[in-house]
Design a protein around this ligand. Structure first.
Ligand code: SF4
Length: 365
């Protein structure tokens, strides 16, 4: 499980035994995306780089869901965008159904992308308000030349509306006539029109009311069961991610710091950052909730323009030691498909996750 290349890029792909059918669909290797920081009004000069995604690797199997979680600004959305080639990666490989998308011509990328779709957070901004729902769903069928006649396309639109739980008669209506949850259903119908095998879902329920969130999550699960589609499910919300994911990966400052099958992840969180985040998630059992130690993370997420040396989490980590400030930990195999990037995860686990006496940047609450 060695990791190599410039800028801390990690080239080993970690994956997929929490999967649905064991066939690798997507391999992401050392994916890196830096954005230039420009200064000056008259003479524009590059003054630095935002290291939004910094060498992440994983595999995704057909029919599997990988939940990607982390605080806002950690690089989750940029990861989704670069996998979809909406942003060209700075480095790395995105191998989808055997082809490296990064190396393909634009035309070949477009063809390959038929099998990869994306759902966005904002159900209000992601649908063209001037097009009827029928036209919105029909458009990808036309772009990819999937049916010969308009009648066949319209029939397919009706089937898709039914598939996502909407009345086929809604095809003649416009997006402003629908609620947020219904609009997300329309977005799914459009994504499914081209029979994708992979969908990036970028915070698809975070703009919705809790009761509507549950309906959309159930729809996602039903569609996966019926169609065998794989999801990269991006969210900041552990409760939502838990409902849908076979495996979960945690991102911090552009890197994956822990990845594990979902059950393992919640039973045995190993990375200090994961421990801190999970300690803040309420549990339904009031007795258990009263007994739990809450680790309150202090300090802000450092700037991705100038990330901390060594372990990027060290300025906020309650368990940090001298080595952490100078030496970057590798993502290492902790067994059973569980990977963690921390020098001291074994010591911390052996002590039951107890906080050290002089905790750095955090406190129990
Ligand atoms: Fe904390 Fe050090 Fe582990 Fe980083 S390597 S998570 S700073 S203990």
């Amino acid at each position: 499980m060695s990791e190599t290349t410039a800028g801390g890029t990690r080239t080993t792909a970690y994956g997929g035994n929490g999967s649905a059918n064991g066939e690798t669909l997507l391999t992401v290797k050392g994916l890196t995306k830096y954005f230039p920081v420009m200064r000056g009004f008259i003479i524009r000069r590059q003054s630095g780089l935002v290291r939004a995604v910094d060498g992440i690797s994983f595999e995704l199997n057909a029919g599997e869901t990988l939940g990607l979680v982390g605080e806002s600004g950690c690089g989750k959305t940029t990861t989704g965008n670069t996998i979809m080639q909406l942003e060209p990666p700075t480095a790395g490989e995105v191998i989808f159904e055997g082809s490296d998308l990064v190396q393909l011509s634009r035309d070949d990328q477009r063809r390959a992308r038929r099998k990869m779709q994306m759902i966005f957070q904002d159900p209000y901004g992601s649908l063209n308000p001037r097009m009827s729902v029928g036209r919105i769903i029909e458009e990808p069928l036309q772009v990819h030349d999937l049916y010969d006649s308009r009648d066949e396309r319209r029939q397919r639109v009706r089937e898709l509306l039914e598939l996502v739980g909407l009345d086929p008669r809604f095809a003649s209506r416009y997006p402003h006539e629908f609620s947020g949850g219904q609009r997300q259903r329309i977005a799914f119908a459009r994504a499914l029109a081209v029979q994708p095998s992979f969908i990036v879902c970028d915070e698809p329920v975070s703009a919705l009311d809790v009761s509507i969130q549950a309906q959309i999550m159930n729809l996602l699960l039903d569609l996966q069961q019926q169609l065998g589609v794989a999801y990269l499910f991006i969210s900041h919300d552990f409760k939502v991610v838990r409902q849908i994911s076979h495996r979960i990966a945690v991102m911090y400052l552009g890197q994956i710091v822990e990845m594990a099958p979902s059950e393992q992840f919640y039973l045995r969180p190993l990375h200090p950052y994961t421990r801190c985040l999970l300690s803040a998630v309420p549990v339904p059992d009031p007795d258990l909730e009263a007994k739990r130690e809450r680790i309150i993370l202090t300090g802000d997420v450092p700037s991705p323009v100038n990330p901390p040396s060594g372990c990027r989490f060290h300025p906020r980590c309650p368990w940090a030691q001298d080595r952490c400030a100078t030496e970057e930990p590798e993502l290492t195999d902790a067994g059973d498909g569980h990977f963690v990037s921390c020098h001291f995860w074994q010591d911390i686990e052996a002590k039951g996750g107890a906080l050290p006496m002089a905790a750095n940047g955090a406190s129990a609450g």
